[in-house]
Ligand binder design. Structure first.
Ligand SMILES: [Zn+2]
Ligand SMILES: [Zn+2]
Length: 156
């Protein structure tokens, strides 16, 4: 019997904080999720990731993390906001999925927030953990302001 606690993420989450501290994590995440924020190519993304990681560890609001990225790294506010949103959503998704990685055959379901046509393509689709959804993503975020969730596909 597999018991899964999807409500495990809470403000001040050390696991998602740790995920975001891996060198190259943010650059790789953007690549894997096929997301490009114009202007981000020239940034020191590891420095951005450190601020995101601290925000996750402290349970900070996204807006506060964006403000800090903008202020400490001199990054324009819109880009800082995009990076903060993407990075926090990514770490939380990865942390949620990480809980399953060793459980064979666990199925997960994409719950689209209606962010875009791409996200809707994945809506309610069920795959084995670690496999790709119809858009090619293994987990959200799939677009710039994606707020989709990944949930366990539970047999009731
Ligand atoms: Zn979307
Ligand atoms: Zn989405």
């Amino acid at each position: 019997m597999i018991s899964v606690d999807w409500s495990a993420w809470k403000p001040g989450d050390q696991d998602s904080q740790l995920i975001a501290t891996a060198p190259g994590w943010l650059a790789e995440g953007l690549r894997n999720q096929r997301i490009n924020f114009p202007g981000s190519e020239h940034l020191d993304l590891d420095s951005v990731a450190i601020i995101i990681s601290l925000g996750l560890g402290e349970g900070s609001a996204e807006a506060a993390v964006a403000k800090r990225i903008s202020k400490e790294l001199g990054i324009l506010k819109p880009l800082a906001t995009s990076l903060a949103h993407f990075g926090m959503a990514l770490a939380i998704s990865q942390r949620a999925l990480g809980d399953y990685q060793n459980v064979e055959g666990v199925k997960v379901q994409w719950d689209s927030a209606g962010c875009c046509d791409k996200c809707d393509k994945n809506d309610q689709k069920i795959v084995e953990s670690g496999r790709s959804f119809p858009t090619g993503h293994q987990f959200p975020p799939a677009c710039d302001y994606c707020i989709c969730c990944i949930m366990p596909a539970v047999d009731f």
